[in-house]
Design a protein around this ligand. Structure first.
Ligand code: UT7
Length: 336
């Protein structure tokens, strides 16, 4: 068995900043409500007509990660792209990355695990590398939420939370078995699939010709539905469980954590976990205040930002944890 480690990180967000006050001009909401319930102050929403597609943002993040890893196109062996907002229903954006980055005809895999997408993708990359199948895997999480949100008062419980952006990591074969990705832990509970869901177009359950004939402007199934309080309650339990599972697998304890990067679902969830584990502000990285919840992109954006700010140093124990639609959740334990 080989070891695997993150050798390059990058992120990209659209330029367009949307504040809570901007949202209150579109729907019945306000800065106080949003900040109090979520911690979010602003998010980035791609300008309509710009070239900020899910694929393009992912490619921009990937280029930065590859440059920092000091790796060329020829050296990437495989691409994994996590998103719930692909440019096309199919094919997924993995193949577009192969084309845009001019990679050889490497394999490209799309991961459909929503907020846990990056953790799942990292786990696949880790195992491909540890078994010796590949040396360098490019892992991307990218989301363009803003085009698919209901920006009226009807959709305010969901639309104020989500933001656009992308993050990427190069995962490479390492030499030192005590370093890099120590373990990954994945879970799901499909019983609650409909508690956080976009049902449309639902081509496995609906006839496309019916959808076209109905042409119903009030069809809400194209917008995300979230049972917010139920998701919140499950999130805090599962986040805690899966972090502990990861630590215990490696004979580590909460005291060993140098940096916890939780999926940026809601600042209140991160704060709950921080308090439960008695972690200091320096041990938990949050940036949902500035970017909102960017789903599969949130962990690689936060990880990159924390690393850029010098908050992650060699030898640190870095813990990534995510929970979201599916339900799916997971954690990654890294010795940096
Ligand atoms: O990343 C994937 C995983 N996602 C999560 O982990 C999200 C988990 N859930 C949450 O973060 C929270 O449940 C939300 C932030 C989504 C909602 O917060 P909440 O405290 O659960 O609010 P609520 O849905 O219970 O709504 C409370 C009130 C309602 O009004 P009434 O019925 O009490 O009169 C809502 O209609 O707040 C109202 N409301 C809003 N008011 C102003 C809902 N959205 C808004 C809004 N602005 N944007």
């Amino acid at each position: 068995m080989f070891s695997s480690k993150i050798t390059g990180l990058g992120f990209y967000v659209p330029n367009n900043v949307v504040t809570n006050d901007d949202l209150s001009k579109m729907m019945d909401t306000n800065d106080d409500w949003i900040q109090e319930r979520t911690g979010i102050k602003q998010r980035r929403w791609a300008v309509r007509g710009s070239d900020d597609t899910t694929t393009n943002m992912g490619v921009k993040a990937a280029k930065i990660a590859m440059e920092r890893a000091g790796i060329s196109q020829e050296e990437i062996d495989f691409v994994i792209f996590a998103t719930l907002s692909p440019d096309y229903y199919f094919p997924g954006p993995g193949v577009a990355v192969q084309k845009e980055l001019g990679l050889r005809t490497v394999g490209a895999l799309d991961v459909r695990n929503q907020c846990s997408g990056f953790v799942y993708a990292l786990s696949v990359a880790d195992n491909f590398i540890k078994t010796g199948m590949y040396k360098n895997v490019l892992v991307i999480g990218s989301e363009l939420h803003s085009h698919g949100l209901d920006k009226t008062t009807r959709g305010r419980g969901v639309s104020v939370i989500f933001g656009d952006g992308a993050g990427a990591a190069v995962v490479s074969r390492g030499e030192d078995k005590g370093k890099g990705i120590l373990s990954t832990h994945l879970h799901s509970e499909g019983e609650f699939a409909e508690e956080l869901i976009v049902k449309a177009p639902g081509m496995g359950t609906r006839w496309v010709t019916d959808i076209l004939n109905e042409n119903d402007p009030n069809d809400e199934s194209y917008f995300p539905y979230m049972n917010g309080q139920f998701v919140f309650k499950n999130a805090v339990v599962r986040f805690s469980e899966v972090i502990m599972e990861g630590l215990q697998t490696n004979n580590l304890s909460v005291n060993d954590i140098s940096m916890l990067i939780p999926h940026q679902a809601n600042l209140r969830i991160s704060q709950f976990i921080q308090k439960k584990f008695n972690l200091s502000d320096d041990q938990v990285y949050n940036n949902i205040q500035n970017y909102g919840n960017t789903t599969a992109a949130s962990i690689p954006i936060a990880l990159t930002e924390a690393w850029e700010k010098g908050k992650i140093k060699e030898g640190d124990l870095v813990v990534l944890a995510a929970f979201g639609s599916g339900f799916t959740w997971g954690s990654v334990i890294i010795r940096w």
